[in-house]
Design a binder for this molecule. Structure first.
Ligand SMILES: NC(=O)c1ccc[n+]([C@@H]2O[C@H](COP(=O)([O-])OP(=O)(O)OC[C@H]3O[C@@H](n4cnc5c(N)ncnc54)[C@H](OP(=O)(O)O)[C@@H]3O)[C@@H](O)[C@H]2O)c1
Length: 329
């Protein structure tokens, strides 16, 4: 089979497309023919091995698991002897975050990991992004922020994978959503349901004149300290982007008042919880409360271009490797 392979940590140039052995599933694993896999910001961080403390898990000097890619949609082609949850031929979607490997034609992953059946009416490209922005938006709006009917929520970076999902989840919970995005994405976020839009290139978020219960910062160019004046008395600053200052605010905010900072790592939640979130997202798709646009599609041969684009930070909606496209290497 063909798959992407990272020869070291670094720029997209560390990625090669190589002939690799098809992995075989052990007793509790399934072998999946990958049809689509998301290209994500988290994946690009793993490629660079930064922040450096991440290398304690990823491999000190080079990637321990050199085939990149975590989320996937595809078809089960073999099951281990102890697998009863899935059958050969079943369509599935999920996240192989522990060992990665979804930027390849075949992938093995534990049958009791983050993997659920994918209904026929959901395409592989959409299935592949459910575990990126999809469940992250759901986790941050519903669980971390506790968004309720009538809350005023600001989403900074509302045009990205996480932001566009969070926007729609917040709307489905009955919140009033102010989306912050660039002028090129105003129509896009309005179509997703934003009540108000702030163009970060021409308008000042801090001078909007409204107070927010939740400031969800997917770009991480704000902080609790910066936005205190536009939060309600018990408002929260929430960001999915880990940093030492954010962790400091998470630990110490709330000591001198009700305003707090919050962070969570969606991919580190237990598999059972992530599977439940995936099913919740699928229900939201079914009830037409959420839609995922896959605006950037690459073949496996374009793995470097795909990574360069994600590194730029200008994604609208979602990006995938479409494994059904012809591969040249
Ligand atoms: N903790 C977790 O559980 C978790 C899970 C998944 C992802 N993440 C993290 O979440 C972050 C966001 O991921 P993502 O995939 O949503 O990123 P993304 O798709 O690259 O989205 C970034 C979006 O923000 C817009 N943008 C850029 N600069 C902006 C600014 N100054 N103000 C407002 N919008 C701006 C970009 O559009 P334009 O540049 O065209 O304006 C783009 O649409 C990443 O750091 C990722 O690692 C965390």
């Amino acid at each position: 089979m063909l798959g992407a392979y990272a020869i070291a940590y670094g720029s997209p140039d560390v990625l090669e497309v190589r002939e690799l052995p098809i992995p075989s599933p052990s007793g509790k694993e399934v072998l999946i023919k990958v049809n689509a896999a998301a290209v994500t910001r988290a994946g690009c961080m793993m490629r660079t091995g930064r922040p450096l403390f991440g290398r304690l898990m990823l491999g000190l000097f080079r990637p321990k698991h050199p085939v990149p890619g975590s989320t996937f949609a595809g078809e089960i082609v073999a099951v281990g002897s102890q697998v009863s949850e899935f059958k050969v031929g079943e369509r599935v979607a999920g996240n192989a975050a522990e060992k990665g490997g979804s930027h390849a034609q075949y992938l093995v992953t534990p049958a009791d990991g983050v993997i659920v059946p994918l209904p026929d009416h959901i395409s592989d490209p959409v299935g592949a992004v459910i575990c990126d922005g999809g469940i992250t938006g759901l986790n941050f709006m519903k669980v971390v922020s506790g968004v309720e009917f009538g809350h005023r929520v600001l989403i900074n970076g509302a045009s990205g994978s996480v932001g566009s999902s969070a926007l729609q989840v917040a709307k489905s919970l009955g919140a009033h959503v102010t989306a912050v995005c660039g002028s090129n994405n105003i129509e896009y976020v309005k179509n997703l349901g934003a009540d108000e839009v702030i163009d970060y290139r021409t308008q000042n978020v801090m001078k909007h004149g409204k107070k927010f219960d939740v400031f969800f910062d997917t770009v991480a160019n704000y902080s609790l300290k910066k936005v205190r004046s536009i939060l309600t008395e018990s408002g929260i600053y929430v960001s999915p982007v880990i940093s030492w200052p954010l962790l400091g605010s998470v630990l110490f905010s709330g000591v001198a008042g009700k305003q707090k900072a919050k962070f969570a790592a969606t991919g580190l939640a237990e598999s059972t919880i992530q599977r439940k979130w995936m099913k919740d997202v699928i229900s939201l798709i079914d009830s037409k409360k959420i839609q995922f646009e896959v605006n950037h599609v690459y073949s496996l041969s374009q793995i470097r271009e795909a990574n360069q684009f994600i590194d730029s930070g200008h994604k609208r909606g979602n990006a995938i490797i479409d494994m059904t496209l012809p591969i040249s290497h």
